[in-house]
Design a protein. Structure first.
Length: 190
């Protein structure tokens, strides 16, 4: 009998409820087989999509894609189908797909957003002279970014800054609203 381990249920509910009906919708969850510890993916009704395929736990499936660590401790990205196809290369870090794009960190520590074919759509390097060191998945067409100096901003799906990374704090506050905090700890919404 397969024992299903649903991990980070609160995070899954967050992703399932974010955005509109099609954006960030979780369609499959990881499960682990009790006897040998291998992992697969099931849908919300418990029907397996992929059975006992992976040694490491895969991510949830969002936007038809998921990732899983390989034996070299790097992430690989796959299509969510009975015979999954790997897209792209090996990555140090991978964010979830949304709006057809996912943030990835490559071996040389560059942050790229790739499409579902694994091709780089744009690279984030720096804002002015401040290197971009973190990037999040898209939500309603906007992705948050952070610089080495800890300043937050946001980009659109073309990689253009729609909010320059000049804020001490930035986060999503609701549909198309961002919460910001400046250096003097004043807060506002944009």
């Amino acid at each position: 009998m397969k024992k299903v381990h649903l991990l980070l249920f609160a995070a899954i509910l967050f992703f399932a409820s974010c955005g509109n009906e099609s954006e960030n919708k979780v369609t499959h969850l990881p499960y682990q087989v009790e006897k040998d510890g291998r992992w697969g993916l099931i849908d919300w009704e418990g029907n397996p999509l992929i059975e006992e395929e992976f040694k490491h736990q895969p991510s949830v499936v969002i936007d038809g894609m998921f990732c899983v660590k390989n034996s070299d401790d790097k992430y690989e990205i796959y299509t969510a189908e009975k015979k999954p196809k790997q897209v792209g290369e090996e990555y140090l870090y991978v964010g979830q797909f949304s709006n057809g794009l996912a943030p990835v960190v490559e071996k040389d520590n560059r942050i790229n957003y790739i499409n579902k074919e694994g091709k780089s759509v744009f690279e984030l390097t720096k804002y002015k002279d401040d290197p971009i060191v973190k990037a999040w998945p898209f939500y309603n067409g906007i992705a948050l970014v952070e610089t080495a100096s800890g300043k937050g901003g946001a980009i659109n799906i073309k990689g253009e800054f729609v909010v320059p990374p000049i804020y001490k704090g930035i986060s999503y506050a609701g549909d198309n609203i961002l919460w910001i905090q400046d250096e003097k700890d004043k807060v506002g919404y944009i």
